[in-house]
Design a binder for this molecule. Structure first.
Ligand SMILES: Cc1ncc(COP(=O)(O)O)c(C=O)c1O
Length: 199
């Protein structure tokens, strides 16, 4: 007999929608790639133009990057086998972070393995229960997850609407927070819109 939690999934409307799409061969999810990602990619045996990857600068296939990655694996092995906090910080991390800080002219830099982890890791360090956050309604889900972990009060505003942002700031101030952080994406990956940031 199935566990009740597994049985519940069978009637979940999101699971049903996914199954329907998958049965019709129309699901965009979990497509298998058979090549590295560049301008084109082999998707389930067919070469297709790739419009969905994060390989913006084409570095995933760059010969020098591949060479350096291979050399790093030979020297350091295939995994850090520890958290950054304890035994997982390698000289390679420090070299990379120093170079990024130098490039951006910042005091220091910290790399995360994924964007999701970045947003989870940074928001909780910046804000907490005594603060408030004003966030664009279309900000990436990882930012909203990060804010849940930060246990801060969250005030969403209409996408890219500066008047709505001002209203949300006024509402947030009513709770007398110590600090208010405004959170936006610079480029909204689903909509293709840019936040109205100057500078
Ligand atoms: C704006 C934004 N933030 C965070 C992420 C999450 O990044 P990752 O897929 O590396 O976890 C994405 C992913 O597409 C994104 O577009």
């Amino acid at each position: 007999m199935n566990h009740p939690l597994i049985e519940r999934l069978a009637t979940d409307e999101r699971v049903q929608l996914f199954s329907t799409l998958q049965d019709a061969g129309q699901s965009p999810y979990y497509r298998t790639m058979h090549s590295s990602t560049g301008a084109t990619s082999n998707v389930q045996g067919v070469d297709r133009i790739m419009l969905g990857s994060n390989n913006y600068l084409g570095l995933a296939r760059h010969p020098e990057v591949i060479e350096a990655t291979t050399e790093a694996v030979r020297r350091f092995g295939s995994a850090s086998t520890g958290s950054r906090l304890l035994n997982g910080t390698m000289s390679l991390h420090e070299e990379l972070e120093a170079e990024i800080a130098d490039w951006f002219g910042t005091e220091d830099a910290l790399c995360f393995s994924t964007g999701y982890q970045t947003n989870l890791g940074t928001l909780g360090a910046l804000v907490g229960e005594r603060d408030a956050v004003v966030i664009d309604e279309f900000a990436h889900a990882s930012l909203r997850d990060g804010l849940r972990m930060a246990r801060t009060s969250v005030h969403p505003f209409r996408h890219n609407d500066l008047g709505a942002l001002e209203d949300a700031l006024i509402t947030a101030r009513r709770g007398s927070p110590e600090q208010i952080l405004v959170v936006v994406d610079s480029l909204y990956s689903m909509e293709g819109s840019l936040a109205p940031l100057s500078g």
